[in-house]
Design a protein around this ligand. Sequence first.
Ligand code: CMC
Length: 429
Amino acid sequence: MSATSGSFHIDDKTVEFPVKVGTLGPPVVDIGQLYGKTGTFTFDPGFMSTAACESKITYIDGDEGILLHRGYPIDQLAEHGDFLEACYLLLYGELPTVAQKADFDYRITRHTMVHDQMNRFFSGFRRDAHPMAVMVGCVGALAAFYHDSTDISDPQQRMIASLRMIAKMPTIAAMAYKYNIGQPFVYPKNDLDYASNFLRMCFAVPCEEYKVNPVLARALDRIFILHADHEQNASTSTVRLAGSTGANPFACIAAGIAALWGPAHGGANEICLRMLMDIGTVDRIPHFIARAKDKNDPFRLMGFGHRVYKNFDPRAKIMHKTCHEVLNELGIKDDPLLDVAIELERIALHDEYFVERKLYPNVDFYSGITLKAMGFPTTMFTSLFAVARTVGWIAQWKEMIEDPNQKIGRPRQLYTGAPSREYMPISKR
Ligand code: CMC
């Protein structure tokens, strides 16, 4: 295959396809005409070798452990910027100037409240509902409250819907938490930054003053930056597929939240912490490591491994540091869970099974410990991920809608079911 074209031999036919080369990463063979030219489909369940779209937003080199947003390395964004700066970058493609940043912060802040009738919408849920179940429902329901930003053909409406979702997602997540624990909702306070506001909406109560701890706010802001976007992962691809039908943006993001919930994706942070609790003490680790290696046991070491990173997840490196900052700030030294986590990390980084398969601790391994120390219950972990990922979903959705060549996503299949057969009336079966 040359850099500009590739040929396939199918039966006795040879067909040429163009090869497209991106700025970074492997080239792709454009096989859009394959069926037309040969009557054949490609077969790639799990998208192991398939680029489903062209994008300018995020680049990952899993072998080298690189993550870039609009070309900027994630560690630089997390070190020097804040979450709303990362949001601006993902949405508009460039880092903001001082004036652009102030204007963006202001616009997000003005959209933090949700329609007051949504308060009553919440009370339809059981108190013990999982916050992700509440979020899927409430975010989908935003389309019923904000009719003036559902016309996807209008760029202005698209932008208002985008800002609304970035602004309201923390409010909805905090409301889901407050409802769950039986406390009154805390309205957003617009003189606080994004992360501080979220901490206050989650942990303040009307009868006491709440003082935001700046170390925790900074750590949460960093967690948000690290989770803001991650290229064409399962939830983002879900958002793109839903959006390709012309569905309104609130419905598309609700679909993304649903896909994120799974334990192989965003749900891993919750399951990872539960696993650390199940292990309980360091002496029980070998038993769990043996289970993880046993091919007849479906148990996996949660928080380890990644479909794309076959090197240290660059987000995990930053999360590791943030985790220790939070634990120091809160004076947590003798947490048995932390002992288990540190020992598990040590074993996994040296054990042949994990080294050979390149199963490094991923971002969820450290974020779970950090969020627990901050006071979040495990059931809230994936909701926090959803708050952060909203901007990535929106940026990818906007990019797709604004692409003049955009088509409805419609995968094909290899059918292995029954061939055509005659219907048998029920009396004769
Ligand atoms: N524990 C034990 N063995 C594992 C693990 C694990 N966590 N992950 C993969 N393996 C083994 C797997 O059994 C297989 O072994 P073998 O080659 O002997 O059959 C090999 O490693 C390759 O596994 P795979 O399933 O082909 O890898 P994948 O790229 O399809 O899976 C993954 C990626 C993230 C689903 C998987 O590593 C996993 O289930 N990890 C635990 C869940 C987790 O932490 N997910 C969060 C990912 S980070 C957040 C996000 O971006 O969504």
